[in-house]
Design a binder for this molecule. Sequence first.
Ligand code: HMG
Ligand code: MG
Length: 299
Amino acid sequence: MRIVEVSPRDGLQNEKTPIPTDQKARLILNLVQSGLVEVEVGSFVAPQWVPQLADIRELWECIHQQPFSSNLLYSALVPNEKGHARAIELGVSRIALFTAASDAFTLKNINMTIEQSLLGFESIIQTHRQKFSNSFVRGYVSTIFECPYAGRITPRAVRTVIDKLLEMGVDEVSLGDTTGIGCPVETRALINELQGIPKEKVAWHFHDTRGTAIANVSAALDAGFSVFDASAGGLGGCPYAKGAGGNLATEDLIYFLERSGVPTGVDLDLLSRATLEILQTLGKLPTAKAQLASLASSE
Ligand code: HMG
Ligand code: MG
């Protein structure tokens, strides 16, 4: 089982209240102290597009002064060559490229068509492999079920983009239900389309806008998949996807897995407290169900 914690990136990118870098660093420290190992800490996108994550350099330097950082797998989002150059400068060996199964979405999100985005990724991957012996490249495919601008997306359209990313040599794809709209029937239909792809190369990235994320995890788990993205406190959303709600809460995922007999190595009580400082800064109360239950039981 691999859990990729995305709260410092996906969780915060949509928040308008500026969060000080040291609070982000403390969030990351709390997350790894709870037992999480893989954390997507931010992104090298254009700061004018996502101001909240403009401090990635300071944050990256700060978290690398924290204890045990060498045992952790920190990654960051890269949209284009300019972002990649910034990532290389900081020595970021694990990167996540991102595109979608809908042109309408990629145009809003990264100002490119799917084809243009893939074209850019090719040289980024090549350069990245040359620069880092321990490189890891993830390729996100957003809008796997529905695009907020173009409507329903077919499993075939998703498969086409996955195949192109895998042919280019990404280490894994992460399949994003960007607006948290899908139900298990759709997850299973997409899984049917994934035949021939090694399951360990596929991560699932469910948003929980309508409360269906954990049901989708269950469907993917039953089918033998074992990599899931989640965001502590259920923070999250995409500024360029109308109606995108928070991600699947990591607390809900950990509870679900542990209770189902799948060990995660994560301490749910510690995790449930990890986001409290940032929630306070944002003027929000905790809402993730397993987080609330854990906080209530430790009062
Ligand atoms: P653009 O405006 O087309 O870029 O944006 P451009 O190449 O025309 O450049 C415009 C200016 O931005 C130039 O500066 C560039 O140098 C600069 P100027 O000459 O005007 O001073 N620039 C940059 N600066 C810093 N870093 C860069 C960079 N690139 C250009 N990387 C771009 C294109 C891709 C940059 C923009 O659209 C962008 O940053 N988009 C990112 C949006 C984003 O972060 N969305 C959320 C993440 S995706 C997501 O949440 C989905 C996911 O969670 C999965 C799921 O849920 O489905 C992953
Ligand atoms: Mg997302």
